[in-house]
Design a protein around this ligand. Structure first.
Ligand code: ATP
Ligand code: MG
Length: 687
């Protein structure tokens, strides 16, 4: 849309429905809520950005506009889009920036900021620390151990499972019993112990002044539930706009309602056919029930014209989702013609990787930059063979989703230093940092954090700690570094922490140079945040998914291919797209075929993947693929069959190609023309 911005009327590009949505109730504070419900690529996000611009042009204060998006990247893009429109509409000279939108972000990031402001009034320490999933899991593990549940005669659910149950109970606002019965039936019988564990987990978090991801939403919602506080929170925003509303969970939906109880000033957009976060407790019902929640009911605007993809690609995507047993059939149309999507059978993962690399280079020769192309897959590990192939051929790529930058030990170490200094009661950070000091073992570290927890002045307790003799010099060096860090000099703190950490990094890791580059990257990232607190909070909430995600200027004009999980590709688009492993066992994932609802979510995932493509789309069907040891089968190859979401009637909308060598075919691979003999399932059933 940027390309067609008209300086006189940047909104001229909007079609009638988009315009109606963008202008709904602008300037009329009594207008009812607005729901834009429409299929992929119909311009929902573009319309939302236009609406923000229209509101600001009509006098809305950008400081009082809240824009809730699915990721920080999406927030940034939407804010930029709105700013570009405003810039053009106001006829500003290039040197003058358009009004910014300071309140654009994810639910979690916005919650963190609001809670920080309200902390003193709601019994939270203003310096509270946000813990990521990994740390929350470790904390759950500690509490589980302390509660004696680790030693039960019958095997008690592991820490990760406990956290999943807890998180689901919080996000769906359902009692533990109901959550276990519906989502974790194999944990039945442990409800009393789980409730006891969760109560202890909550108490422990409060003692350490920690909030996990779920707490951020929970406290925000509690804030809105408390009559003496809700007014102030509500009064803060005149307009609340939410993108990708189909993926909100019950807690998020309650927050949205709590912010605008009568719906006035509220806009949500989404697509029920793209709901892919049910596994995190999101409920399709929220978008379907939205209009009737308010009095007067919300205005509903639907969009059916797709501006992203060609008609043959849409026909295939429509056909995939049309086979869903329930849902709101929305048939997308486009006036752009083009080639049909391709269904490509390849022998195995290595052949798949070679085919994709060839294809990507071929398209580049045709003039499509790498950045206009992407490769999507269901699970992060599905791209392993392709990553090797791309590296071998020197094709630069960036991978989104699943790359746990923040999980890397060295990144965790450095962040723990900053976290511990920021919140001396942060036990996990303390345990981690203390043990970096040579001579400090786990028992010493525990003694130290216990002493700090029990003291009214934890910093003093750290200085008074009687470190073991072997650690004396290094401990003194830490105390000096901690003192320097406490005086706070943002973003210089990161360099200061790195200066202390560097010798330990070099002592602990053979590949210190590579890791150092990551940490320098982290320091560059830090410079983009106004304070240590915002940096720690936002990084924890929405971690950069790839090291180059927020890379600075030097990388900006380089060209690279995007590799992404389907989940992380939400809302985006590329001219050419390959989808890996379009086979049963991968899509749908054999880890997610427990219930009909899960299967339907996998179907929508394939739909989301296919609707990211503008002009070229290929689904790859390896005849044989590798199954890793996390499956009960152990490490081995299994024969695959085309995904069940592309039965022969749908396959007829594709061009079917076979890149399988005769030898591989003779070995017994199932045909990929929709025969759908689920050998993977048969192999599983053998155990
Ligand atoms: P998704 O469901 O995948 O999030 P969406 O409905 O949010 O998709 P957008 O990403 O807003 O769709 O738009 C899809 C593409 O169509 C973008 O490239 C956008 O710039 C373009 N587009 C949207 N509206 C128009 C229009 N009226 N004229 C021309 N192009 C448009
Ligand atoms: Mg969108």
């Amino acid at each position: 849309m940027a390309a067609v911005l008209d300086r006189r009327d940047p909104f001229a590009v909007l079609n009638a429905e988009q315009r109606a949505a963008a202008e709904h109730g602008v300037g009329d504070a009594s207008a009812p809520a607005l729901l834009v419900v429409a299929g992929a690529g119909t311009g929902k996000t573009a319309t939302l950005a236009a609406r923000v611009a229209k509101l600001v042009l009509a006098g809305a204060d950008p400081q009082r506009v809240l824009l809730l998006t699915f990721s920080r990247r999406a927030a940034h893009e939407m804010a930029q889009r709105a700013a570009r429109l405003l810039h053009a509409a106001l006829g500003l000279p290039p040197t003058l920036a358009a009004p910014q939108l300071p309140w654009a972000g994810t639910f979690h990031a916005v919650a963190a900021r609001l809670l920080r402001e309200h902390a003193p009034r709601i019994g939270l320490a203003p310096a509270f620390t946000i813990v990521d999933r990994g740390d929350a899991e470790d904390l759950m593990g500690l509490v589980r151990h302390e509660q004696g549940l680790a030693a039960s005669a019958r095997r008690f659910p592991l820490k990760g499972r406990c956290l999943a149950i807890y998180s689901r109970a919080v996000n769906t606002r359902e009692p533990v019993e109901a959550v276990v019965r519906h989502a974790f039936p194999w944990c039945l019988g442990w409800e009393d112990e789980l409730r006891r564990l969760f109560a202890a987990y909550v108490a422990e978090k409060q003692r350490q002044q920690l909030l996990d991801y779920d707490d951020l939403l929970l406290y925000w919602q509690l804030l809105l539930d408390e009559p003496s506080l809700a007014g102030a929170v509500r009064a803060r925003f005149d307009h609340v706009l939410v993108d990708e509303y189909q993926d909100t969970n019950r807690l998020q939906a309650a927050i949205v309602r709590g912010l605008k109880p009568d719906g006035r000033g509220l806009t949500v957009v989404g697509d029920d056919a793209q709901a892919i976060y049910g596994f995190r407790g999101a409920e399709l019902r929220h978008i379907l029930d939205f209009p009737r929640q308010f009095e007067p009911p919300a205005r509903v605007v639907t969009l059916t014209r797709n501006y992203r993809s060609t008609q043959p690609l849409l026909a295939a995507a429509n056909a995939v989702v049309a086979l869903a047993p329930e849902g709101f059939a929305k048939s997308l149309w486009s006036d752009r013609d083009g080639e049909r999507p391709r269904l490509v059978a390849v022998a195995d993962e290595a052949a798949q990787a070679r085919w994709v690399a060839d294809e990507v280079l071929r398209r580049r020769e045709e003039g499509l930059a790498l950045k206009q192309q992407a490769v999507l897959f269901r699970a992060a590990q599905h791209s392993a063979a392709l990553e090797l192939e791309l590296a071998r051929r020197d094709i630069p790529f960036v991978k989104y989703g699943g790359l746990a930058f923040l999980e890397a030990a060295h990144v965790k170490d450095l962040l723990s230093v900053l976290r511990w200094v920021h919140n001396p009661r942060h036990r996990l950070a303390g345990l981690r940092v203390a043990q970096l000091v040579p001579g400090m073992g786990p028992a010493h570290a525990r003694r130290l954090v216990d002493a700090m927890a029990q003291s009214g002045d934890p910093v003093q307790a750290m200085h008074d700690f009687d470190a073991p003799r072997a650690a004396a010099t290094d401990w003194a060096a830490w105390l000096a570094a901690a003192a320097a860090l406490r005086t706070g000099d943002w973003p210089g703190d990161v360099a200061c922490a790195l200066q202390w950490y560097r010798p330990h990094l070099e002592r602990l890791h053979d590949d210190a140079a590579v890791r150092l580059a990551d940490l320098e990257q982290l320091a560059r990232l830090a410079a983009g945040y106004p304070s240590r607190e915002r940096f720690l909070a936002e990084l924890t909430l929405d971690p950069p998914q790839a090291t180059s995600d927020e890379a600075g200027a030097p990388h900006r004009d380089e060209d690279w291919l995007v590799l992404s999980t389907i989940h992380a590709a939400k809302g985006q688009e590329w001219a050419a797209l390959c989808v890996l492993h379009a086979v049963d066992g991968c899509i749908p994932s054999d880890l997610a075929t427990g219930s009909a609802a899960e299967i339907e979510e996998e179907r929508r995932l394939l739909y989301v993947a296919m609707t990211r493509a503008k002009r070229h789309l290929a689904l790859l069907v390896p005849q044989r693929f590798h199954v890793t040891a996390q499956h009960r089968l152990g490490d081995r190859h299994v024969w695959a069959s085309l995904t069940r979401f592309v039965p022969p009637s749908v396959a007829a909308l594709f061009d079917v190609e076979t890149a399988v060598t005769d030898a591989a075919a003779a070995e017994g691979g199932a045909a990929c023309t929709g025969a759908a003999v689920d050998l993977a399932a048969r192999a599983r059933a053998a155990f």
